[in-house]
Write a protein that binds this ligand. Structure first.
Ligand code: LFR
Length: 473
């Protein structure tokens, strides 16, 4: 029995969670702190120092010394260090608009097929490669992805964890190395990319000064699957491999797990990604805009009670209007209810008239996108699925889980909520010899928490009809 500390940084908050192994897993949330991006002049930044302080505060609150610490976060964003190891500038938020038009330019210059055959990555305007081309790199000696940056500050050890590296667009998905020829072609200096390290390998020990301040010994830090989605999918409590997953939070990451990348033209056109997972697995998925749209609605409305709104949304008439959540207009922060209304008007639909109807519209639109994406994943990969596992914060949204089962016409198994932290901790446990295969790891998660089951109800044809309202747009 040991205790592992999982630092899990999400787009709206960060958490330090401990997981105790033994007969069954015991998960404790030690500390939760807000992640509040800051707009400075025209640029949207992450408040990276406040996040780092939140991590330290969390580690200081632990009442037992962990066997190891691991850090995961969202993907694609990074900090640049100068030759003395100091951070140059403040990391920029992937929703910042400095990348506008960059992806299109690179596709024109290099070709979408070359990019896809190399990295296998879906075309998202904020992929690291496009951010780097919008950034100033003079003086930069080292690029560290967010979890690698936090790990570096904790330990002094520099490395590039592989699952997160696979989201940069500069990682060769087949060779599992940095894509140096592509870097050369784009004029991005090879020297800034540290050596890759696999999940489950050492990433240094706490610096003396930090350990002393926290009242801890020289605790080892382990490279986990540092892309939060990689950690979350590692902790999907699947019994067989015939499952699709929805890692449901600010984003919904919807797809299947495969033994190797699928780099077909059809997959590229459907904008499917091949992200690296643990043990060489591939997450073949598409990003669906996710609960972000709802979060932004709530912010614009002054944060009313979500439980009450969801109860009212459940009673609202179905299919008043549907939108494509992946429409680019929903990506930047802003007035989502107005953007939903504008989308509806553009597509000849009457906009939802009250808040419960807006919420219902968002949730039905997400469920419809899940239906489309799960079907695409199956069709494009040939990987059959018989169940959908929903993990992450979205597990708490029972209306969305039921709509997902209805739309996808498949049973949904929902849980755990803290999948990323569990995956993070269990990869550490595995590095310490406590867990065997990925299947065994998943078995542990399955035994840890009961899952909620949602059976599909209603008529799939209603969803089919809703789909045509978007396609006609
Ligand atoms: C989810 C996530 C997604 C990634 C997005 C941006 O938290 O990591 O997988 O596409 O954030 O980094």
């Amino acid at each position: 029995m040991s205790i592992y500390a999982a630092v899990d940084l999400g787009a709206s908050n960060g958490r330090v969670i401990t997981v105790e192994t033994g007969q069954s897993l015991r998960l404790r949330e030690i500390h939760r702190f807000p992640n509040r991006p800051v707009r400075l002049a025209d640029t949207l930044h992450w408040d990276i120092l406040s996040l780092y302080q939140g991590v330290l505060d969390g580690l200081a609150k632990m009442d037992a010394e962990p066997a190891s610490i691991g850090v995961d976060s969202w993907a694609v964003d990074y900090g640049l260090l100068d030759g003395d190891g100091r951070l140059i500038g403040n990391p920029v938020h992937y929703r910042d608009q400095r990348t506008d038009g960059v992806m299109e330019r690179v596709i024109d210059e290099v070709g979408a097929d070359v990019l896809y055959q190399t990295s296998g990555l879906q075309f998202l305007p904020f992929n690291t490669v496009y951010q780097l081309l919008a950034d100033r790199l003079d003086g930069a000696e080292t690029l560290l992805m967010i979890p690698d940056l936090i790990t570096y500050w904790l330990t002094g050890s520099i490395g590039a964890e592989a699952t997160n590296a696979s989201t940069t667009g500069l990682y060769d998905v087949r060779a599992r190395t940095w894509a140096e020829p592509l870097m050369d072609r784009l004029g991005i200096p090879r020297r800034i990319f540290p050596e890759l390290r696999d999940p489950g390998t050492p990433a240094g020990t706490l610096r003396d000064g930090i350990a002393r301040e926290l009242g801890l010994g020289p605790v080892p830090v382990t490279a986990v699957a540092s892309h939060d989605t990689a950690s979350a999918v590692a902790a999907v409590p699947a019994e067989t491999d015939r499952f699709a997953y929805i890692s449901s939070g600010t984003w919904s990451l919807v797809g299947v797990e495969l033994p190797a990348p699928v780099l077909t033209e059809a997959g590229r056109l459907a904008n499917f990604t091949n992200e690296g997972g643990v043990d060489g697995t591939v997450r073949y998925l598409r990003n669906v805009m996710g609960l972000w749209i709802l979060q932004e609605c709530l912010r614009v409305w002054g944060n009313p009670d979500l439980g009450e709104l969801l109860a009212a949304a459940e009673q609202a008439p179905p299919f008043q209007a549907v939108v494509d959540p992946d429409d680019p207009s929903f990506l930047p922060p802003g007035d989502m209810p107005a953007r939903i209304a504008a989308y509806c008007e553009r597509t000849g639909q009457r906009p939802p008239q009250d808040r419960p109807s807006v919420v219902r519209c968002v949730l039905e639109s997400l469920a419809l996108a899940y239906r489309r994406t799960v079907r695409d994943a199956v069709r494009l990969s040939g990987h059959e699925v018989e169940v959908i596992h929903v993990v992450g914060g979205g597990v708490r949204n029972r209306l969305l889980c039921q709509l997902t089962a209805d739309a996808c016409e498949l049973p949904v198994l929902a849980g755990p909520v803290e999948a990323a932290a569990l995956g993070n901790a269990l990869i550490q446990a595995r590095a310490h010899g406590e867990v065997g295969s990925l299947a065994e790891l998943r078995e542990l998660v399955r035994r840890a928490e009961p899952l909620a089951v949602y059976r599909p109800a209603g008529d799939g044809r209603a969803w089919e009809a809703a789909e045509t309202r978007i396609r006609g747009s």
